[in-house]
Design a protein around this ligand. Sequence first.
Ligand SMILES: [Zn+2]
Ligand SMILES: [Zn+2]
Length: 455
Amino acid sequence: MSFTKTSDKKAEGAAKTEPKVKKIKGAEKTLAFQVPKGMHDVLPADQPWWNRTRRAVEEMAATYNFLRIDTPILESAELFQRGIGEETDVVQKEMYMLKTKGGDVLALRPEGTAPLVRAYLQHGMSRLGQPLRLYYEGPFFRHERPQAGRYRQLTQAGFEIIGGPNDPIFDAQVILVFDRLLKYVKIGDVVLKINSIGCRICRPFYKRQLQTYYKRHEQKLCADCQRRLNANVLRLLDCKNENCKPFKEHAPNFLDKLCSACSQHFKGVLEYLDELGISYSLDNQLVRGLDYYNRTVFEMMVQQGPGAELGALLGGGRYDYLFEELGGRLTPAVGGAVGYERLIEAMKAQKVNLPAKNQKRVFVIYVGELAKRKALKLTEQLRSAGLAVTEAFGKESLRAQLKIADKEGFSLALILGQKEIYEESVILRDLRNSLQENISMSKMVDEIKKRLKEK
Ligand SMILES: [Zn+2]
Ligand SMILES: [Zn+2]
């Protein structure tokens, strides 16, 4: 008996020390090490959101026959300079680069499409059935200014359709996969913005028109726009600076200037979307930050919290020329990528309910020292029988253990005390109605399985 008493005191003592956790929290600033700026830990409490997201991506991949590909986190820096474009923010300002001891210049991958195309070419994947549907997921790195919802290490999944004819049906299909993905995680009020940024034939004409137009207002533009005016004039259309807004509104519209092939192609994409019942809004200022896009570009936006601005959850487009840029042949391709952090933020902002946890689990409770010793072996017996078991070893009082079982949503508990050990039995307790029953140990597994099945 004295054992139980001391143990109970211990349990109480543990409960009383809880506020200390807060003190440690307040002491964070004095800690020598913190997570690097702009990066974040995913703590256990957030893991259900991450699991949900990963699951959704896997479901979509299985449903639409996308094959997984994993490429290294480090790639030659030149791959991105050539692929994404020297004049882009990503390459100029945001790449993490390092020089290896062997003298190679590598970069932490800032995005997934250039590495995927590199792998496609390197492994001669054009020999496989085309179009080839590939998907990837993993961490990406961008040295951006830290701000809400933007991380320097971010997680993305991408779906890409590569090769085959340059058919607008594939653009629509990529958009469809993302539309379905958002529905799967129950994110609503999504706005699909779509645009075409033409091809090698019509884009130079449009760029020149845009330059002529902007040159007239050069002095009034922000510094970024003045700098990009000659190097990357399309990006002026997505400048976020207030001063530049009025000029954007009156800029010539690319959709009026597309060549007939691009115009046909874009019309095709929109017709397929109409057919699928996916609504969209044409946005002639949507150009995306990477140079490799041509023709279709799209983004899906959602309101991040009440009254907040629309934030991009995901985006993508066509990149037919990227293969040539990286040493291959002209290969039609279209794809997009979704950011997990943004997606999870949107799920939380929209108060999405995660699916209920699997209830087919049993909580093992022990009372007293002898029972504790037996309980360790008993939990293993149950696990070997294929049951998911949880316990709270270290919490000695029955009340404390029941409290945990209740908090974690268990509906069934198995209670083991000294008396039960002598009788070779256990108590099965229904935690929802507190009804309990004594069962012989030999029938225990069958009985638990039966009860869990009933739920
Ligand atoms: Zn064109
Ligand atoms: Zn500007």
